[in-house]
Design a protein around this ligand. Structure first.
Ligand SMILES: C[S@@+](CC[C@H](N)C(=O)[O-])C[C@H]1O[C@@H](n2cnc3c(N)ncnc32)[C@H](O)[C@@H]1O
Length: 513
């Protein structure tokens, strides 16, 4: 591979450059010139925690709207929002602007069951969670266990309460989730050609045979996802690469194999372009007329036509005719009207808000343990409804209602991780703190983002806090005990207050450096 001509100081594989030239024809000079332009930076406001309007009033960051993402904004490179204290409140997620398009096109509605099949590190999962607005269920999965750690952290930082995190092969998932989901995102592993401007190392590592290697995986992922979608459901397939084989050709092949699916055409507005005009390429001649015509409704995000990196998105809709294999339960009912499915085998349920009565109470010990949880929630966050509890050892999770049996699946989080049952006490988790709002907690301590105390809290230091600085919901609440610590009104973690000292419960792995 050689460095191509005319691209200042930037390595691009010669075979990639030649292919792009033949793919783009007269648009090629504009495309290649985009590599000389500086890259752009984006963040997305976490509307689970804060409205866009409020965040724009609160932040010191200079932001500019991204036209295709409702809560997406460009920021200037030197403002470094990842270093800002608000980052630790989960008020925003740093995300490449083009990468916000697939979830916008998935059209998620509150109450739906959504699968993010290739989810780590969680940019699109946290975006899906904002669209669900705390209702329904997000099942978020990635095959790589090291990348799942980042996914869990981002789900927890974002305060998502209705997500289940899995680390499983889609081949196995399809048995537990046959025809289960209303919406599925396949943000496929790909040859990554669209990221060469952002990540120079990817260009250096790229090999021409990556295209076919990834195409093999993508083909399988699409088939596996299709079997988990309910009749009439919607799927989005996306990549961050340019090759025809991984994009329009992949979708054309899928359509020919699955006549029950159609492409929902995406309007070419806001800098988005129609799927590559495949009649020019001759590479799609082996597909049917229906498929060749349909893939024109897919969408390209080209770096020379908008402010963002290269992406491809296809919106696929199932025709609503259930196949023989479809479960009778998975039909076109609205999510709200759908009956609840059987609870998870390993779950114990709390009825109502914090009623101690249990469904299938199981061992006597579990019942006693759950009384500790019940007492904690009643004393510290009485308005937070937890309808289904899953116990894994001493760890306690609030699971979304309607989760099917997950036997045989590698589960990382069977729901919102709310804490641990110790001897004689319940210890709330950091994830619980991040999933609460200021109004949920009975005892809070307010810190301003500009204060030294806020920075010290995030570094894990013990703070001196006067009794008068503790806000209690009413005067019957003791000062001593767990306080939800807030920065500019948004939770960042727990502290335990006694006699003027706030013991810091901020987890070591999360500390601000
Ligand atoms: C493009 S990245 C996903 C980015 C993610 N959607 C986001 O927005 O943060 C593709 C992911 O697919 C995962 N992956 C690769 N093969 C997979 C498979 N067979 N099943 C599930 N995930 C897979 C990779 O570990 C990688 O995290």
């Amino acid at each position: 591979m050689t460095e191509s001509d005319g691209i200042q100081g930037r390595y691009l594989p010669a075979e990639f450059v030649a292919r792009m030239s033949s793919l783009l024809g007269e648009q090629y000079p504009a495309f290649i010139a985009s590599y000389d332009k500086p890259r752009v930076y984006g963040l997305r406001i976490n509307t689970l925690k804060c409205t866009t309007e409020l965040f724009l009033k609160l932040t010191l960051l200079q932001l500019r709207s991204i036209s295709w993402a409702s809560s997406g904004f460009y920021y200037e490179e030197d403002s470094r929002p990842g270093k800002h204290l608000h980052y630790h409140t989960g008020l925003y997620y740093i995300q490449e602007p083009s990468a916000m398009a697939p979830v916008e096109l998935l059209d998620v509605q509150p109450g739906e069951r959504v699968l993010d099949l290739c989810a780590a590190p969680g940019g699109k999962s946290t975006q899906i969670a904002t669209k669900l607005a705390g209702q329904g269920m997000l099942v978020t999965n990635d095959i790589h266990s090291d990348r799942v750690k980042a996914l869990v952290k981002n789900i927890e930082l974002s305060g998502v309460r209705n997500a289940v995190v899995l680390n499983e092969q889609p081949e196995k998932l399809k048995h537990n989730f046959a025809h289960f989901f209303d919406k599925i995102l396949i943000d496929a592993p790909c040859s990554g050609e669209g990221m060469f401007r952002k990540e120079a190392d990817m260009a250096k590592a790229w090999e021409p045979d990556w295209v076919e290697r990834y195409a093999v995986m993508q083909r399988e992922l699409l088939d596996q996802a299709a079997s988990m979608l309910r009749s009439g459901g919607r799927m989005v397939y996306s990549t961050c690469t340019f090759s025809l084989e991984e994009n329009e050709a992949m979708i054309a092949e899928f359509l020919d194999k699955h006549p029950e699916f159609m492409v929902v055409p995406v309007a070419a507005v806001d800098g988005l372009s129609q799927g590559y005009d495949t009649e020019l390429s001759g590479q799609l001649n082996s597909f049917s007329d229906r498929a060749r015509e349909a893939v024109k409704g897919t969408v390209r995000l080209w770096p020379h036509q908008l402010e963002g990196e290269g992406h491809f998105v296809a919106v696929l809709l199932h025709n609503g005719i259930a196949s023989a294999a479809a479960q009778p339960e998975a039909n076109l009912q609205s999510a709200a009207a759908r009956p609840t499915m059987k609870p998870n085998k390993s779950a114990r349920s709390l009825k109502g808000k914090h009623s101690p009565s249990l469904q299938s109470a199981g061992k006597q010990q579990s019942e006693v343990d759950l009384q500790l949880l019940y007492r904690f929630m009643t004393e510290h966050a009485p308005e937070v409804g937890i309808s289904q509890v899953t116990l894994h050892g001493e760890h306690v999770y609030a699971s979304p209602i309607g989760l099917p049996d997950l036997s045989g699946i590698r589960i990382i989080r069977p729901g919102w991780y709310i804490g641990t049952l110790k001897k004689q006490r319940f210890e709330p988790s950091h994830a619980m703190a991040m999933g609460l709002s200021k109004e949920d907690a009975v005892r809070t301590i307010e810190l301003e983002a500009t204060s030294a105390a806020a920075a010290r809290y995030l570094r894990g230091e013990t703070l001196e806090v006067a009794e008068s600085a503790i806000q209690r919901r009413n005067h019957d609440i003791a000062f001593k005990g767990y306080c939800l610590v807030l920065i500019d009104g948004f939770p960042v973690g727990w502290g335990k207050w006694q006699d003027g000292i706030l013991k810091n419960e901020y987890p070591p792995g999360w500390r601000w450096t």
